[in-house]
Design a protein around this ligand. Structure first.
Ligand code: CO
Length: 142
């Protein structure tokens, strides 16, 4: 038995073509407001975080054609992109998943938005859903 690695749902990420239109819809229709907005150059995305209790809805939109989110929108269309789970220690969680035979996208943790440390688990080993591990601290040594 594996000890629980996931402490909370950090965010549910939804790929959208028009970030401003999606932000306006969530705000006007659902009353969910943006608490953080960031251009993540390394991923080629602009993201808006809307707080829901202790978690977020993360609306993501590509900023360039070679962004993975641009490819996702082309092949799958708008919709659920990944689920981000909080972990106490991203490196340890990644190591545990790899040891258990899980396929990962990031061999080592990397910087995420909001000063977090993140790593992605490949959807092929997690029944079709891209999983992001989120540690609420910047990578060690940064
Ligand atoms: Co995310």
């Amino acid at each position: 038995m594996t000890a629980p690695l996931l402490t909370e749902i950090d965010h549910v990420a939804i790929a959208v073509r028009d970030l401003d239109a999606a932000v306006a819809w969530y705000s006007e229709t659902l009353g969910a407001h943006v608490t953080h907005r960031e251009h993540v150059e390394s991923d080629g995305v602009e993201e808006a975080l809307l707080q829901v209790a202790d978690s977020y809805v993360q609306l993501v939109s590509p900023t360039r054609a070679d962004s993975p989110v641009a490819k996702f929108l082309d092949t799958r269309g708008e919709g659920l992109h990944h689920v981000g789970y909080r972990v106490a220690d991203c490196a340890a969680a990644l190591e545990s998943i790899t040891r258990g035979g899980g396929r990962v996208i990031d061999a080592v943790p990397r910087p995420g938005s909001r000063g977090t440390t993140v790593a992605f688990v490949h959807p092929k080993s997690s029944f079709g859903t891209l999983i992001e591990l989120v540690e609420e601290a910047p990578p060690a040594g940064r």
